[in-house]
Ligand binder design. Structure first.
Ligand code: NAP
Length: 328
């Protein structure tokens, strides 16, 4: 075994990747964690993933007073570093997961330099990116009026009017969920037909706090204190030509997620919507020695704590795989 072959390379530095790093480091595996924008991630998503765009996190166990998303990531990173995790900054530009050892090319885009890392095991923890509408102000107000997670942020909008965008199950679920807190929820969908299941649509429509506006899209928003003050809608059917301004403090975007698997999705078994498939409730993927953790394989729960839990599983699975194969 060459000395320069890593035992385990963890790709991604959100709660899944950092928890995997903590466990792998405490198991004396000297893990290397790649922190970067994440594969295929959008501008503004630096190391740390989606939590870096979140303000207060009130549902991560152990922080009764809440914690800011970036602070939580820093604590997890410090904990991983304390036990010997080495961090490499860059994005994975190429990956040969079937080679032995596996070859991962990490590119530092600022310096324009690439380096090939060899590793026995790989943990993929590159997350998923919430799809956005493409408005300039979306990024400006992200975490301060614009959000992509009702479970995380709904409680901050108590007694406020909000807008949910989307026509799938997530939008229906978020609209219904938000009525627990909000005074009014306007669900805005770009078409007249809904993609969501009928039962979830019916539940949202039946809620007296929910108003549905179809053939509309969000085109603008205005700041307020502490969140937004107005959200501007326009008609998507040319003949309607409507434009209306709603008094609303929060914009919940629920138009789907894209798993960050661009570089390796052709090598692995992925689901129809691109999420990495794992064996049972564990982390083993279709390639021996490759494990997945967090939102890159979980389209269902998508929470920081579930991502952290699956990072723990992936590190334990990797450790046992290395032992069984007499590697590391
Ligand atoms: P989805 O099913 O892909 O729906 C995305 C929605 O966003 C669609 O209505 C789409 O409009 C709209 N959209 C996409 N891009 C847009 C844009 N640029 N501007 C405006 N609207 C846009 O995504 P999802 O709702 O997140 O659901 C993902 C998967 O998870 C689905 O399989 C869903 O059934 C599942 N899920 C299940 C549950 C549950 O059972 N409890 C809850 C949540 C999600 P169009 O319809 O016009 O394309």
């Amino acid at each position: 075994m060459a000395d320069n072959v890593h035992n385990v390379l963890i790709i991604g530095s959100g709660p899944a990747g950092l928890t995997a790093a903590i466990y792998a480091a405490r198991a004396n595996l000297n893990p290397v964690c790649v922190e970067g924008g994440g594969l295929g991630s959008k501008p503004g998503e630096g190391p740390g993933g989606q939590l870096m765009m979140t303000s207060d996190v009130e549902n991560f166990p152990g922080f009764p007073e809440g914690i800011m998303g970036p602070d939580l990531i820093k604590r997890l990173r410090d904990q991983a570093e304390r036990f010997g995790t080495k961090f490499v900054t860059g994005v994975v530009s190429e990956a040969d997961l079937n080679a032995s050892p596996k070859k991962i090319t990490i590119t530092d885009e600022l310096r324009g330099e690439s380096k090939v890392h060899e590793t026995h095991a790989v943990i993929l923890a590159t997350g998923a990116s919430a799809r956005l509408l493409g408005l300039e102000k979306e990024n400006q107000f992200m975490g301060r009026g614009v959000t992509t997670c009702a479970t995380c942020d709904g409680a901050f909008y108590k007694d406020k009017a909000v807008v949910v965008v989307g026509g799938g199950d997530s939008a229906m679920e978020e609209a219904t969920f938000l009525t627990r807190y909000c005074s009014k929820v306007t669900l805005v969908h770009r078409r007249g037909e809904f993609r969501s299941s009928k039962i979830m649509y019916d539940r949202a429509v039946a809620n007296p706090k929910v108003e549905i506006k179809t053939n509309r899209t969000v085109v603008d928003m205005e700041p307020g204190k502490p969140f937004l003050s107005k959200i501007v809608l326009a008609g998507t059917n040319e003949d309607e030509g409507v434009e209306e301004s709603l008094d609303a403090q929060g914009l919940f975007i629920a138009i789907g997620h894209t798993p960050n698997t661009k570089v390796f999705r052709d090598q692995l078994k992925v689901s129809a919507n691109g999420y990495i498939e794992v064996e049972g409730a564990g982390s083993r993927t279709s390639i021996d020695g490759v494990f997945a953790a967090g939102d890159v394989h979980d389209n269902h729960y998508r929470q920081a704590i579930t991502a952290a839990g699956s990072g723990c599983k992936a590190a334990i699975d990797a450790e046992r795989w290395l032992e069984a194969n007499e590697l590391g």
